[in-house]
Write a protein of this length. Structure first.
Length: 302
């Protein structure tokens, strides 16, 4: 849908901007044997992994999948179990697809930029680039190649060799970046094609179903907000003796010290019976205690 495309585009643009700022302010290749690879791969992989985890965490479907559970009264049969497994796999694929937008964008932009890749693999270039220095040992060769990402550390006689190595590595990095983009685009396109081919709904029926689910969720959220507010209002009125926002308040209730202590502290979801929970300490107090106590008349005249 349009909303999904727009959301993914915004995520990709923010990731690109963040990558550019991240590279400009924090990336500085150590240009040392053994450290370049760790440093470069860390800047390539760790932010992508963090973005992937954040993508999973910010998707409401993840928490719906994790916290949902079958009803105890539902008789689970083999066809139902198979259908549930298919549904779980479908939702997982959908969540993963959304979560991969940011990390794939990060990897693609980073590879096209080339700086991280050059830093990571410069000392492992398989081409001999020394010309006038044929007697360089393997360890010395690795040390010299490791300094190539830092132009100020390269001896003048190796400037040309350094430029050739940088061009080679940048070429490899950019090709890998574009290949990654091509693979992702083809995979997404084929996934949508396969999903459409195996869908039991026609095109218009699918549009209607999508519209229905969207409207149902909006109406459910509105009803949840209103229902919970009205339900909480009953408990607040029992504790204070009036409804918030009322213009004609005759009297207010003065809670006792014991009652203040009863509703204070850390609140956890408390199970009352097989079907109901207490949502807060005030909720628990309102269901257990009688609204007796001291009431104070309120003078409405100025």
């Amino acid at each position: 849908g349009k909303e999904v495309v727009i959301a993914n585009a915004i995520i990709a643009i923010l990731t690109i901007g963040g990558q550019q700022l991240f590279s400009f302010f924090t990336f500085s290749c150590p240009c040392h044997v053994g450290q370049n690879l760790i440093y470069g791969l860390a800047f390539l992989g760790v932010p992508a992994l963090i973005l992937l985890i954040v993508g999973y965490a910010l998707n409401s479907q993840t928490w719906r999948l994790v916290t949902g559970k079958s009803s105890h009264f539902e008789k689970v049969t083999s066809p139902n179990r198979l259908l549930k497994c298919k549904l779980v796999c479908f939702v997982l694929c959908s969540i993963t697809g959304r979560a991969l937008v940011a990390p794939v964008t990060w990897l693609a932009v980073t590879l096209i930029n080339g700086s991280y890749y050059i830093c990571a693999v410069s000392e492992y270039v398989p081409v001999y680039y020394y010309g006038n220095a044929p007697n360089v040992t393997v360890s010395e060769r690795s040390r010299i190649l490791a300094t190539f990402p830092c132009s100020q550390l390269v001896p003048p006689e190796l400037t040309r060799a350094r430029d050739e190595v940088i061009l080679l590595l940048r070429y490899q990095s950019q090709v890998a970046g574009w290949l990654l983009i091509a693979v992702v685009v083809i995979t997404v396109f084929l996934s949508y094609c396969l999903a459409s081919c195996f869908s039991p709904l026609s095109f218009l029926h699918f549009r209607y179903w999508s519209s229905y689910v969207h409207n149902e969720q909006e109406l459910f959220d509105e009803a949840t907000e209103q229902h919970s507010r009205l339900y909480a209002m009953q408990h607040v009125r029992k504790f204070f003796g009036f409804v918030p926002g009322s213009e004609n308040v005759k009297e207010i209730r003065i809670p006792s010290l014991r009652e203040w202590q009863a509703i204070s502290g850390l609140a956890f979801l408390k199970r009352v019976d097989e079907e109901h929970y207490d949502y807060s300490l005030l909720h628990d107090w309102a269901l257990k205690e009688r609204a007796n106590g001291k009431y104070l008349r309120v003078d409405q005249d100025p």
